[in-house]
Design a protein around this ligand. Sequence first.
Ligand code: 4GX
Length: 266
Amino acid sequence: MNFYVISLFPEMIEQACSCGVLGRAIKHGLIRVHCINPRDFAQDRHRTVDDRPYGGGPGMLMKWQPLAAAIDAAKQQASAMAKVIYMSPQGKLLNQQSVRQVADAAPDLILIAGRYEGIDERLVEQLIDEEWSIGDYVLSGGELAAMVVIDAVARLCPGVLGDEQSAQQDSFMQGLLDCPHYTRPEEIHGYTVPAVLLSGDHKAIAQWRLQQALGRTWLRRPELIEALKKATGTAAPESTAHNVGWDDNKEKLLTEFIQANKNGSR
Ligand code: 4GX
C-alpha cells in the first residue's frame, strides 16, 4: 500500500515514519510513504504557497495552484484507484472500524495535510474524494492527522505486526477498550498483581481479561457497549473480525463486574 502525503513540512512525516513498527514496515517494503511538497510546485520567485481569503478576515489559505499541482503529481504516481483524502475537523470521524475498512481495501491514499486556515472549497469539491477527521479538536496542521491515519492503517497491513503483537489481539478489534496489564515485580509499594494472572490457568486468564475489558468499557465508554450489543450477528467476515458482538458469556461477565463494582464509582 502506498501513502502520498501532500505537506509543506515533509520532515515531520519522514521523521515519524522512521521509528518503530512503521520504520520497520517501510524498510521491509510492506508499505511506502511518499511526501509531495506544494512548495516545489510554486511558480513565483518567493515560492509562495499561501494566499488571502476572499471576504477578508484573519489568516491565510493554501494557494490554489501549488496545492492543485502537488495533488496532480501524487495522482500521476499513485494507482488509478487511489483515494484523495483531506484531513480536517469537518471530516468523518476516524475509528478502528473505518481504519480496518481502508486497510482491507488497501487503496493507495493521497493524504492532504494542510497548513493555514484551509483550502479553497472548489478544490475540495473537484479533487477530494473524502474528508476525514481524527478528533474534535484543532491542530495547527494536517501532518499529525495524516500520520495517525498512516500509523493506524499500516499496522493492519499484512506482515507489519509480528505474530506476537497481532492486531487481532487489539481490544479495539473487538470493539472494547483494553484490559489492564501487569509486569514484574509482583509487588509495587504494597500493590500486588491480580492472582488469576499468576495462576497459569489460561482459560481463567482470558475470561478475566475479557471481563476487565468489558467493565472498563462500560465505565468509561458506555456507548461502545451499546454499539457492540447492536453489532451482534452483523459481524464482518472472519478476516477482519471475530468475537465482535454480544453473547451470553459477555453478558454474564459484565453483570458480574457491575455487581462487584456497585459500591465503587461510575
Ligand atoms: N483531524 N487540522 C487541517 C486545516 C487545513 C489548513 C490548510 C488544509 C489546508 C484535523 C483534525 C485538524 C487542523 C488539519 C486544520 N487544512 N485534521 N487544518 N482534527 O485539526 O484532521
